[in-house]
Design a protein around this ligand. Sequence first.
Ligand code: IFM
Length: 767
Amino acid sequence: MDDNWLITETTFDPQQLHRQETVFTIGNGYLGTRGAFEEGLPEARPATLVNGVYDAVPVAFTELANAPNWLPLAISINGERFGLERGQLLHYRRTLNLRTGVLSREVRWRSPRGHTVDLSWARFASLADPHLLALRCHVTPLDFDGEIELRAALDGHVDNRGYVHWDTIAQGGADNRIWLHSRTRASRIDLAEVATLIVQAGEATNISSTDCSGCPTLVARGRLRQGQTMVADKLVTLYTSREDAAPNQAAERHLDRLSAAGQGYAELQAAHQIEWEKYWAISDIFIEGDDQAQRAIRFSIFQLLAAAPRDDTRVSIPAKALSSFAYFGHVFWDTEIYMLPFFIYTQPRLAHNLLMYRYHTLPAARRKASAGGYPGAQYAWESADTGDEVTPVWVPHRKDGSPVRIWTGDQAIHITADVAYGAWHYWRTTGDDDWMVDYGAEIVLETARFWESRVKWNACWARYEISRVMGPDEYHHTENNNAYTNGMARWHLKTARETLGWLQNTRPTLADQLVARLDLTPARLARWEAISEQLHIFQDPSSGVIEQCENFFALKDIDLGTYEPRQQSMQVLLGIEGANTQQVLKQPDVLLLLYLLSDEYDQRAKKANWDYYAPRTDHTFGSSLGPAIHAILACELGMPDAAYTHFRRAAQADLMDVRGNADDGLHAASAGGLWQAIVFGFGGLKVTPVGWSATARLPSHWRRLSFHFYHRGKLETVDLTPEQDPQHRGKAGRPERGDETQDAQMGSKRQSGLADNRRLVQRRMSR
Ligand code: IFM
């Protein structure tokens, strides 16, 4: 196996336990399981999060409830219990195989009484069968004959950072099966797990069950001779009442079906791997010349695919995917602006699912708008099962417990335009007109109505304004006329009018119905037009620099260099109100606007704003959402070194834990941003309604970059080498006539030469 598909850990470091649990998360879109160990560890934070299984919690309203732990498999050797915290660890290797979606571990361990044993485990959350979880364990005594005992449990004693969500409803064990039926305390969602243990080898292996409260357990005991191997397979089925009114019966039946069909661990793993292959065949990115970048992008793609709902359009991908308790499993703009493009371009069916979540939560968005006194729909900054606002309003300060006001729920109103942008981006790229007609248009139009009364007319200056907001840069709150918010609102109102125009042309009857239902009168549309033309953005006409918000340039300026070296965010160093009064950014705000609405701004404006804002941004300890966007803009501005520096920050968010918070869960937006940095940054992909072009802007040591993407239902391939990079050619001093067609060929022109490239890429991808 090519190492670039493997995330490997070769030493066990208890200090890195939680961070590595995050990195070794596996999932199948239905659920995710952190990389906690099967045998357990006192400090471990095992978690299985089933998407959509939310339960009430103080302060944050609702959170994904940590499901009963399906992993436990305790091993005793001649009465001594195996554990990494005791005995002697002679060999250790843990590997997440990104290609197959299998997490494995090998250990050689000497017990306190001197018995040496080889142990190995493999586990997966089946991508072929979302309700199936499986793990296999090998035990081989190396210097003794003796008794091996395995205890495979379903552990209902789980919590979310101390908060308990489950009551046990029923449990039991018989005929080599155990089951656990639990119910969330407030939302009353039922969840059932059924497990079986299949043991091969070992003399006189017998299996019985015990029924400790909340933790049914199967116990297998057998004798092994030195060098003989015991293989134990634990198969678990899991259902909730979100899919089946009687999840306990569904889980039982599912296990019955598997055993009737003779489906054991090996067959189930094979089916799982075939499914991963299908996804990789389209979604993989191939990089030659940079193994770290290659692994990082595959890790990001793996985690995005592992978290994306397959058959459920009432859930989305939370900011921490399905990997941890941070942000409570809430869904942010991270999905539409950072993750969605990866799905739009490589797995449009999954992009469709994510957008349907926003369609289904429109009623809650209407409630939020109406609660604020606005018409239309306003999406929640933090959203969960219903889509109602679940952003905490006050949280206790990490250090002294004093109350801290969280402004995002009231002020980060840009999310409403971000969701519309995601819907429009999907439509423009896929050409899925049916979706736009049936769902997307309603999202775009209903949310546009919100802006129309959220803006205020300033008669003094004869302009529309939006006050009291927070833009993407969360170091500043209660801003007036935040450029990103105003720019996206303008774009939204303009796009809404265009969308309605398109609908009226293509489906007039449906358009009439929508016009009547949403009260889209000519007067209203005229107002939208006026707002999109007169909603103010402060831009210096001579330099092109946009002021992040009104009076931003009057705030105290800052030289971030004077704070180096530092290990904390600028907000921690300056305090919340301290940062609010200085020109220091947590993440790109104006620059993000220039990226998303790239065609509206020229290179000069982009460069001027880069020069102003990039040095004032907290790249290392600010938001993980920033580096990928900086990487893309730096590519566009012809700054390959800066682009690569920012790219590496995004690439290392989880794998190198650059911010020191990977223990809190995956940085899913950064993973999506990394994909965009490669495809839109280094690959220079540009898609327009009439075609597409790609421009090589590769880091100097990259020898090749290739990827696939869908454009209007057709699978396209980009295969770039440094020779196609205009700058490289410039340096090499050998521009060739006609070469511009290699750099920026429109899709239609490229077709003829593509077949070979695609074969080439497919060959590479199948290595
Ligand atoms: O949505 C982001 C926000 O932009 C920065 N803070 C973290 C949130 C969740 O990832």
